[in-house]
Design a protein. Structure first.
Length: 136
């Protein structure tokens, strides 16, 4: 039987807490999704001031990052550079904006984080902060 590690509830809460605390300190609002390796939701946070479309976008960024094992921006870059639409993947949940990052442990994708609601750079930075909290 094949057994693979995946993100647990306590790790997902740690990621959410770090990102939420950072957003609160900066006075900004966004959505944060943490998913398992299949892209299914483990934890979600929507702060005050979060734009409503960002709710689904954060989850979708994390979904694609987990499923493909690459940042969501990489999916968008590949789509543009290689000339095929994101629908090539056969799933309308794939998005190509930055802010979705896979969580990789010992070479295996154990989940992903998606942040949406701020600039692409800020979304990526917050997702990175969340993942980095797992090392502490």
């Amino acid at each position: 039987m094949h057994i693979r590690p995946e993100i647990g509830h306590s790790e997902a809460r740690r990621i959410i807490n770090v990102v939420a605390d950072t957003m609160e300190a900066r006075g900004v609002g966004a959505a944060v999704a943490v998913v398992d390796p299949n892209g299914e939701l483990v934890a979600f946070f929507r702060s005050d001031g979060c734009p409503l479309p960002s709710i689904n976008i954060a989850a979708n960024k994390a979904y694609g990052a987990a499923r493909e094992g690459v940042p969501s921006k990489t999916l968008g870059d590949r789509s543009r550079d290689e000339g095929f639409p994101l629908t090539y993947y056969g799933d309308l949940r794939y998005v190509g904006w930055g802010g979705g990052l896979p969580i990789i442990v010992d070479g295996a994708v154990v989940g992903a984080v998606g942040v949406s609601g701020l600039t692409e750079t800020e979304d990526v930075e917050l997702a990175q902060l969340g993942i980095a909290s797992l090392d502490s």
